[in-house]
Design a protein around this ligand. Structure first.
Ligand code: HEM
Length: 430
């Protein structure tokens, strides 16, 4: 048995198809907006230092619209399969989706116009979405053990705390009760970006990368080492931020770098022993995501020690969000969307549908080049504070995101056509 995912039983643990379609469809649309929005905030982005406004609206279009939607959709779908549990009910998933999207829309609009009521109004639906999601994932983890369990468990705890801090920040605009708003914002960003998204990505990589490469899952000891380093890094970074002790924050970022090196080594060893010869564009995105993560942590270490110019805070945010997390998530979606569509055909008991038949390679090429060019230009433009470079990067990234939307639409259309044709075949007498 090569993959830790039992594909035989997966059919029975799949969510109704409209659930992943809603989460991933929202992510595909928000992805285009999140890149395009960078063009409109190009002048303010390099010196962004927190606070509501268009920059935070653009960033949360990415974090809530793309990153959370993809992470929620992927984990609600993949964890029941990987852990051998029954999938969450359709009703719960629909409530999570509806509250997440409502809260995200209110928050992004609130940030964009600095509207205190909109931002405060966003907190309740977002807290509900996250509470339900955390509850469902905790249920799926019951009875399991091992590294995947602990990566995911720690990730959902971090998400819970990050969102409570976010709700306090949203209320603070009108009530002004927090002693240090900027500090709470920074803790929220570390917990959401590295704590939730980071640990979830590291955890799900353990199942997804062997599945994509057709390879043996990694051994446990290196996964435990990465977990221990990542937790220690998070604890040090949060303590350093909280106590305003820059050397401690820098030590946290350095340990985070070591955790990332351990993770990359483990995953590269998995890929090296793969059975699948052809490496699709998703592996280039995976490589880019690792490079961005390592650079982000080096930059965060140097920034904490005051060795970098004032643009370094925004640069770290871009490298983490558009570099590391967006690269890996679009890489994962490239494989999950056709895979889920083929499972859907299996569930409908029509003629099997090969995932590769659903993909238009040209669309993926447009995405790959647009994404890489966009990321390079936006990161460089932010570092050297040249808005024109950020605008050029935003345009390239938007073209890439449109390529990604073209890919997703093709998967949808080809699946529908296949289901329709073969359902008719089944009905017609032979
Ligand atoms: C789930 C619901 C979320 C809510 C309600 C939320 C809300 C907020 C609020 C109110 C702020 C403070 C803005 C300020 O006044 O400075 C903020 C900042 C920020 N958030 Fe979120 N956020 C959420 C999720 C996320 C996620 C998932 C990420 C990352 C993956 C993220 C990354 C950031 C970043 C980078 C900042 C800027 C921090 C700084 O100024 O240093 N947020 N968010």
């Amino acid at each position: 048995m090569l993959s830790p995912v039992s594909l035989g039983g997966a059919k029975h643990r799949l969510l109704p198809e409209r659930i992943p379609a809603l989460f991933f469809g929202t992510a595909v649309i928000a992805h285009v907006i999140a890149w395009a929005a960078l063009a409109f905030v190009a002048a303010e982005l390099p010196y962004f230092a927190g606070g509501p406004g268009p920059v935070l609206a653009a960033l949360h279009t990415l974090t809530l619209g793309v990153l959370l939607c993809t992470a929620f959709g992927a984990s609600l779908q993949m964890l029941p399969v990987a852990l051998g549990q029954s999938a969450p009910t359709e009703a719960v998933c629909l409530v999570i989706f509806a509250t997440l999207v409502t809260g995200a829309a209110l928050l992004i609009a609130g940030f964009a116009v600095a509207g205190v009521t909109l931002m405060a109004g966003a907190a309740l639906p977002l807290v509900v979405a996250v509470a339900l999601y955390v509850h469902e994932i905790a249920r799926l983890l019951r009875g399991s053990a091992g590294p995947l369990h602990w990566f995911v468990r720690t990730a959902i705890i971090a998400l819970g705390v990050a969102v409570l801090l976010a709700a306090a920040l949203a209320a603070n605009y009108s009530l002004g009760f927090l002693p240090d708003h900027g500090l709470f914002a920074a803790l929220h960003a570390t917990l959401a970006g590295f704590g939730f998204m980071g640990l979830m990505v590291l955890g799900l990589s353990q199942i997804l990368i062997p599945m994509f490469a057709i390879a043996e899952p990694p051994e446990e000891p290196p996964l435990w080492r990465a977990y221990a380093l990542a937790i220690a890094a998070l604890a040090l970074a949060l303590t350093g931020q909280g106590a305003d002790l820059a050397p401690l924050t820098a030590a946290g970022a350095t340990l985070g770098f070591l955790a990332a090196v351990q993770h990359v080594q483990t995953m590269r060893a998995v890929v090296a022993k793969r059975l699948r010869r052809r490496m699709g564009p998703e592996f280039i995105l995976l490589g880019a995501s690792w490079v961005a993560l390592l650079l982000a942590l080096l930059a965060a270490t140097a920034a904490a020690l005051g060795l970098l110019p004032a643009t370094s805070a925004a640069l770290v945010i871009i490298l983490v969000l558009y570099g590391w997390l967006l690269s890996i998530l679009t890489g994962v979606l490239q494989r999950i969307l056709p895979f889920l569509a083929s499972m859907q055909a299996a569930r409908a008991q029509v003629r099997p549908l090969a995932p590769t038949k659903l993909v238009d390679e040209r669309a993926l090429q447009v995405h790959l080049y647009g994404h890489l060019a966009g990321l390079g230009a936006v990161a460089a433009g932010t570092a050297v504070a040249v808005p024109e470079l950020i605008i050029a990067g935003a345009v390239a990234g938007t073209v890439g995101a449109l390529g990604f939307a073209w890919f997703a639409l093709t998967v949808l259309q080809r699946t529908r056509r296949h289901l329709k044709t073969h359902a008719l075949e089944r009905l017609s007498p032979s």
